[in-house]
Design a protein around this ligand. Structure first.
Ligand SMILES: Cc1cc2nc3c(=O)[nH]c(=O)nc-3n(C[C@H](O)[C@H](O)[C@H](O)COP(=O)(O)OP(=O)(O)OC[C@H]3O[C@@H](n4cnc5c(N)ncnc54)[C@H](O)[C@@H]3O)c2cc1C
Length: 332
């Protein structure tokens, strides 16, 4: 029996808007399932400042114990120190699975931790199944249009980074208070090789949580027409999203970008206006319950993902939809 069989490892930093509770709880839910199948326990490693509500979350998720490396300066801006801290933590323990939520910092840290531990690593994970002698990790690949299953040897530590919105969080039974153990690490010799000059921070509602998203692509034709996307999003009580070219052209900031290098969304309704349906975009919205596509090209790839399709000029259709929604709102 392993001393610490399975660890849902959370890397947390100050003011972390990138550390939403639902993603944390989803990772802890998956960690609990894996640990149950392995006959192991879930420990939650918090590095840096502990997030608000962590004690209640640990209890609700059936965590056996919280291990806390409490240096408040540890975060995304110190990836070398984070890597060292997590590697030192693992060195004294038998860790079956080190499970991260995949965010910007995880992309930098998780593969390096895996290298330090001589562990197998899978990024972009969607699910983990435990087999007799291996873990089957389903992951998104090739920009999201392919699912691959990696077989990881159970006799070695596995490092897995879970994509946002891949797993639904479920509370565990019980909910007993969880002991917190302070962990000491020696980071004296660590030198950061990359210096962060300015970190991007966004505030307000997150695109990832929106129930309705109206997204515009290059087919809008001009920056002014983006306003139609914003108007329809507002009329439907949703948020506006965009494909990457609009961010690259400087029409809007990257917090609105949907896709592989943007946000992974899961709305009930996703309206894609003037978007071709490239895999790098679709990976950020295929989890939508209903996709409505508006495109002048009847053969555009987006139509193969859409439940409803409108072949036409998106600017005309958007303007008509804004009018219709506002009228129906005014009438009701
Ligand atoms: C490593 C990598 C990462 C990437 N990450 C992302 C990402 O996160 N998100 C992302 O979006 N992209 C990403 N991309 C870019 C991606 O490959 C596509 O280039 C991009 O999604 C295309 O955006 P688009 O559909 O708006 O533009 P286009 O591909 O140019 O498509 C425009 C569409 O609008 C239609 N159209 C033209 N005029 C009209 C009109 N008047 N009315 C209606 N329809 C019209 C056209 O028929 C066409 O289908 C990435 C690429 C790489 C290589």
């Amino acid at each position: 029996m392993r001393e610490h069989g399975c660890i849902g490892c959370r890397v947390t930093w100050q003011g972390a808007s990138e550390d939403p509770p639902e993603e944390r709880d989803a990772a802890l839910t998956l960690a609990r399932r894996i640990a149950g199948a392995l006959g192991a326990e879930v420990r939650w490693l918090i590095v840096g400042q502990a997030p608000e509500g962590h004690a209640a979350a640990a209890a609700a998720q059936g965590v056996a114990g919280v291990d806390h490396i409490a240096d408040p300066s540890l975060g995304d801006e110190r990836p070398d120190a984070l890597t060292e801290a997590i590697a030192q933590y693992c060195a004294g323990r038998e860790v079956a699975v080190l499970l991260f939520n995949q965010g910007f910092g995880t992309r930098v840290v998780a593969p390096r931790v895996a290298h330090r531990l001589g562990a197998g690593v899978v990024m972009n994970a969607l699910d983990v199944q435990v087999d007799d002698d291996r873990l089957d990790v389903t992951a998104s690949a090739y920009g999201g249009d392919t699912r691959v299953v990696y077989e990881l040897d159970r006799s070695r530590t596995s490092v897995i980074a879970l994509l946002p919105n891949a797993v639904e969080a479920e509370a565990a039974e019980g909910g007993a208070e969880v002991p917190v153990t302070g962990i000491d690490v020696d980071l004296g010799g660590v030198q950061e090789r990359v210096r962060v000059i300015e970190a991007a921070h966004s505030e307000g509602p997150r695109l990832e949580d929106a129930e309705v998203i109206v997204a515009g692509g290059r087919g809008l034709g001009s920056e002014e027409n983006l306003e139609l996307v914003e108007q329809l999003a507002a009329a439907l009580g949703g948020m506006s999203g965009v494909s990457r070219p609009l961010v690259d052209m400087g029409w809007i900031d990257s917090s609105h970008q949907v896709g592989l290098t943007g946000k992974f969304t899961r709305p009930a309704l996703y309206i894609a206006a003037g978007i071709s349906g490239a895999t790098q975009h679709m990976v950020g919205c295929t989890a939508a319950k209903t996709i409505v596509a508006i495109n002048t090209d009847a053969d555009a790839a987006i139509f193969s993902h859409a439940r409803f399709g409108i072949v036409g000029d998106c600017n005309e259709v958007l303007a008509e939809l804004v009018r219709a929604v506002n009228e129906s709102g005014a009438a009701s």
